[in-house]
Design a protein around this ligand. Sequence first.
Ligand code: SF4
Length: 330
Amino acid sequence: MKILVAFSGGKDSQASLIWAVDKFGIKNVSAVFCDTGWEHQWTYNHVVSICKKMGVPLVELSSKKYKGMVGLATSKKRFPSTKARFCTEELKTKPMIDYVLDEVKDHCMIIQGIRADESKNRSLMAQQCTYFKYYFQPYDDNQRKLERLEVKKNLSPKEVAKKVILLKRIAMGKLDPVYFSYRKRDVIAFCKTFADEVFRPVFDWTGQQVMQYILENGQKPNPLYYQGYSRVGCFPCVMCTHSELRIMLENDPEYIDRVRDAEQFVGRTFFPPNYVPNRYASKTDVKSGKRINSIDDVVRYISDKNATGELFPEEKDTDRRCMSFYGICE
Ligand code: SF4
């Protein structure tokens, strides 16, 4: 059986890699890194150096269809967003599926550094399951869509209309289950012959425990954590917070420039409308009439708020104690 650790360069996947080597032995483990073309250089260096240090083979994957984040956004004529997170599917999930189907062709166990306390969605995942399970059981249906709408406080007219349709479909006994379909025929053939186990060794761990485990094993986490970033990955991620951007502005301004270049190349803004208050948004989208914010608008907002000290009291507090979100500076 091949043991494949999905290694992103973040702390959770690094701890999972250490755990996998300890459990299954170095000769059975490979690290798999999905390159979005949008990472910090330190992350690329960290992934290579950890694998080299541990003696673990590193498999680097990227999308065959899109040239990284910018190529994807150019092709889709927009950047991904929290509501349309096609980046994960196109730049990470599909390259990994292609790799398993076309190159692994063997029983495999995929080790993922996912923790339950990262988000509600993640807490609903299982510690152990199969990689292709959503080809055989639905990952969504009308009932779940309705439940998601019902927990929202103020529904937009579009959402109200959607709710009415969902209620009607459910009343008719139609659940409209949704399955993964990418290369479905190949996946079904693979699963007839090979195992596709998934195990998440740090599922019940806290972020602090993960850091401790890495340090206790004589390794250091991605140096970005020492600068105060609480997570690493795409730099920036389409879901990054204002405080993460503030750190980026202070420490990595060249990556702000990269976002500006990408916006100009793609002809769209990186962050969605309303990412900053409308008074900072310098343009209006012709089609939707919504105010849109370029990276320069976002930078202006963050600089103003940071200058007045209104926005980030908790981060300022943290800065005094330790640069790292996880207290790893000491
Ligand atoms: S880290 Fe963020 S930007 Fe990158 S693939 Fe994941 S969701 Fe998309």
